[in-house]
Design a protein around this ligand. Structure first.
Ligand code: UDP
Ligand code: MN
Length: 273
């Protein structure tokens, strides 16, 4: 039976993230969810790369980038953001445009849904997470991938929200103020907008670097979502390929639909400690 009150939502602004969304949408389908699966996409994404998403039963919804000011766009332009707030822990792929991240906020305009769970296009859902639809706005997991200090920040790759045009408008007004600079884009903004965010267990948004930085935290029996933050599993070669091989192979299986392992059969990382 379909569930029209709830939706999983992701965002795609170019062909690379459309590839990511194929693996994500397939993984969601395999969880047996009855909720809608919505792919927000910008106008420039080619029909050809979106087709596999409709074939998997996703609802494609065209969405524009936010109407932010030229000054705001300039401050968040890729080269400028990378210079003013350098990434020191990992690398962002060339196809990642920081300004595009803010378009996530458009999900608050999907007010036909009572609750949505947003999931980045670079994630896989390993087990059913429908229970999140009864969680409050704003629920998200901490940005844990290296140390205890990571618990102070949330990660905006998975979160629970309640769509509302009013909230969307309040967000736009807050977002684009003179000199506003959101160093980690939507993530910094959402943590500021929802300072009392509800914490989800890290297993709802397990960041790939946990695999080698905190292997003792990795537990396939508990993990529901794997999130490939920084380097993407569809990049040909990236600096962490060797360390992340088993996770990359897992993503490839979901992308192609071939050889998807049973979630109870996955092997935890070797303990590097
Ligand atoms: N995104 C996109 N195009 C871009 C940048 C981001 O479609 O150029 C979307 C996509 O859903 C992506 C999310 O915004 O998963 C956040 O970016 P990313 O996952 O690359 O950030 P990270 O998880 O590495 O911080
Ligand atoms: Mn991501």
């Amino acid at each position: 039976m379909s569930d029209t009150r709830h939706a999983y939502v992701t965002l795609v602004t170019n062909g690379d993230y459309a590839m990511g969304a194929v693996a994500l949408v397939r993984s969601l389908r395999l969880t047996g969810t009855a909720a809608d699966i919505v792919v927000l996409h910008t106008g420039g994404v080619e029909a050809e790369v979106l087709r596999p998403l409709s074939e998997l039963g996703a609802r494609l919804v065209e969405a524009e980038l936010l109407p932010t000011s030229a000054e705001f766009n300039e401050r968040h332009q890729r080269a400028k953001l990378h210079a003013d707030a350098p990434f020191t822990k990992g690398e962002k792929p060339a196809f990642h445009t920081p300004l595009d991240n803010f378009a996530k906020l458009r999900l608050w305009q999907l007010s036909d849904y009572e609750r949505v769970v947003f999931i980045d296009a670079d994630a896989l859902v390993i087990r059913n997470i429908d229970r999140l639809f009864s969680y409050p706005e704003f629920s998200a997991a901490p940005n844990v991938y290296e140390s205890l200090a990571d618990f102070h920040r949330m990660n905006s790759g998975v979160f629970v929200a309640r769509p509302s045009q009013k909230t969307f408008e309040d967000m736009l007004a807050r977002l684009d103020r003179p000199d506003a600079f959101w160093r980690r884009t939507d993530q910094t903004f959402l943590q500021t907008f929802f300072p009392e965010w509800h914490g989800l267990p890290v297993f709802y948004n397990t960041l790939q670097y946990v695999w080698f930085n905190l292997p003792g935290l990795w537990d396939w029996n508990s993990i529901k979502v794997v999130h490939y933050q920084y380097e993407k599993p569809w990049q040909k070669d990236h600096p962490k390929t060797r360390q992340l091989r088993p996770l990359i192979d897992l993503w490839q299986a979901y992308y192609t639909g071939e050889g998807i392992p049973d979630s109870d059969m996955l092997e935890n990382p070797p303990d590097f400690a």
